[in-house]
Design a protein around this ligand. Structure first.
Ligand code: PLP
Length: 451
């Protein structure tokens, strides 16, 4: 995996990209995408021969790293045998993927509706919940991300994501727990849990329980800052859903498939939702795939009444073959356990040690291979290192941090004033330490911006 420099080829790739590719979530003329020549395991490289350790897993999805030979071979075999077949038919790769997923999802979530990714999984989960209950509203948390399509972006609890054409009718946001930024209201995790549950029940009462179809939550909110909920919170939400006949949807698109050191984050909290969305890690994103795992009760609603929804590529054989191979690789190589043990022995302690030495680190949070480092200008006031409405110049401290990490050979995940540490689950101890050393160098640059 020695990168062969080929700057001319890189320049051609870049020129075509700049001329014709319209990028997600971006002002098209303010971005400068890196031309990537290749990738393997936890590394990728550019056309100039620069190699980076990937602490982002792409967009937190390459849970088994890049180009795993067994998964690549499974996709090739499936392509040779049956590249595609319409969703109305029973196809081996699709049935097998559904079986392997259902065996790992918690409780009685035993029916799998396949989608092309996470946002459409959220769309369908909410449609199922509304049809099942006959109720119109959905409650979702501020500081959440559920995807970029119409309904998914509306339930996303971050106004910076809301497009001007969004229709937020039927969506109500609530204030889920996040002790680090709730400190004027709660001093301990227990108090924060109580505050958040009381607030949620009040919101349900004000909105009218009989109008609420679903509460959707990321089990551990990811994009908004990797915020593990306090003990008891999810069990409390489950109890409120049971009390008021509300469907609990846990969104495990990012947290699922081993990221947290368990198959699903819900396993950490012993909570079984009625619907669970997944994507990303299900097949490490080698071929687009997502889905909804459905409880027996909700599946029964559609036993003799047709479910009004579907996708041409639902359960695409190539994507499902990649899922079967990915799940088998995760079992054979013990990757869920690897994420748990290296998260607890290397990543967590390593990040906490960095927090002790770097004044720019406000808090370190996470579990498994799912961590966030919150960068602040001032540890006392917890003022973020960039303002929340950051743009242009105001981003300079985080841009300097990212540039220093890249110089040290690490590709960091940077979002607002945070860096998330989300490497592939099979990243080895030596590689993790190499990445932590690069973060150390980059945090020294962030420290220069501390007051
Ligand atoms: N839900 C969660 C929790 C996510 O993290 C994401 C993507 O990051 C999505 C949904 C949307 O998934 P996709 O980008 O595959 O549509």
């Amino acid at each position: 995996m020695t990168p062969q420099p080929d700057p001319e080829a890189g320049a051609a790739v870049k020129a075509a990209d700049r001329a014709h590719v319209f990028h997600s979530w971006s002002a098209q003329e303010l971005i400068d995408p890196l031309a990537v020549a290749g990738a393997e395991g936890s590394y990728f490289w550019d056309y100039d021969g620069r190699r980076y350790l990937d602490f982002t897993s792409g967009l937190v999805y390459t849970n088994i790293g890049y180009q795993h030979p067994k998964v690549v071979a499974a996709i090739q075999e499936q392509a040779a045998r049956m590249t595609t077949f319409a969703p109305a038919f029973a196809v081996e790769a699709r049935s097998e993927a559904a079986r392997l997923i259902a065996e790992r999802t918690p409780g009685d979530l035993d029916k799998i509706f396949f989608t092309n990714g996470g946002a459409d999984a959220v769309e369908h989960a909410l449609r199922m919940a509304r049809l099942h209950t006959g109720r119109p509203k959905v409650l979702s948390a501020y500081r959440s991300y559920h995807g970029g399509t119409q309904q998914a972006v509306n339930v996303t609890g971050d106004p910076r994501r809301w497009a001007s054409d969004s229709a937020t009718a039927g969506v109500v946001h609530f204030w889920a727990p996040f002790l680090y930024r709730s400190r004027f209201y709660a001093e301990t995790e227990e108090q924060e849990c109580a505050r958040a549950l009381e607030h949620l029940e009040t919101t349900i009462a004000f909105e009218g329980p009989s109008t609420i179809a679903a509460i959707i939550l990321e089990t551990i909110p990811g994009t908004a800052g990797v915020m593990p909920p306090p003990p008891g919170y999810l069990a409390g939400v489950r109890a409120l859903c049971d009390k008021y006949g509300i469907v609990l949807v846990l969104d495990e698109v990012m947290a699922g498939f081993g990221r947290t050191g368990t198959w699903f984050a819900a396993d950490l909290y012993d909570v079984v939702p009625d619907l669970m969305t997944f994507a990303k890690g299900v097949n490490s994103g080698y071929v687009p795939l997502g889905g909804v795992a459905i409880s027996a009760e909700i599946a029964a609603t559609f036993a003799t009444r047709p479910y009004p929804g579907g996708l041409t590529y639902s359960g695409h054989p190539l994507a499902c073959a990649a899922a079967v191979a990915t799940i088998n690789v995760m079992e054979e190589e013990g990757l869920v356990g690897n994420a748990a043990s290296l998260g607890a022995s290397v990543v967590g302690p390593g990040l906490r040690e960095l927090a002790e030495r770097h004044p720019s680190v406000g808090e370190v949070r996470g579990t498994g291979m799912f961590w966030a480092v919150e960068l602040v200008r001032d540890r006392e006031t917890r003022e973020p290192l960039v303002p929340y409405n950051a743009s242009g110049e105001a981003n300079a401290p985080m841009a300097a941090f990212a540039a220093a990490a890249k110089k040290a050979g690490l590709w960091p995940f940077v979002n607002m004033n945070r860096t998330h540490v989300v490497p592939p689950l099979n990243t080895g101890e030596a590689e993790l330490k190499e990445g932590l050393a690069a973060l150390d160098a980059a945090l020294s640059v962030a420290d220069e911006h501390v007051r």
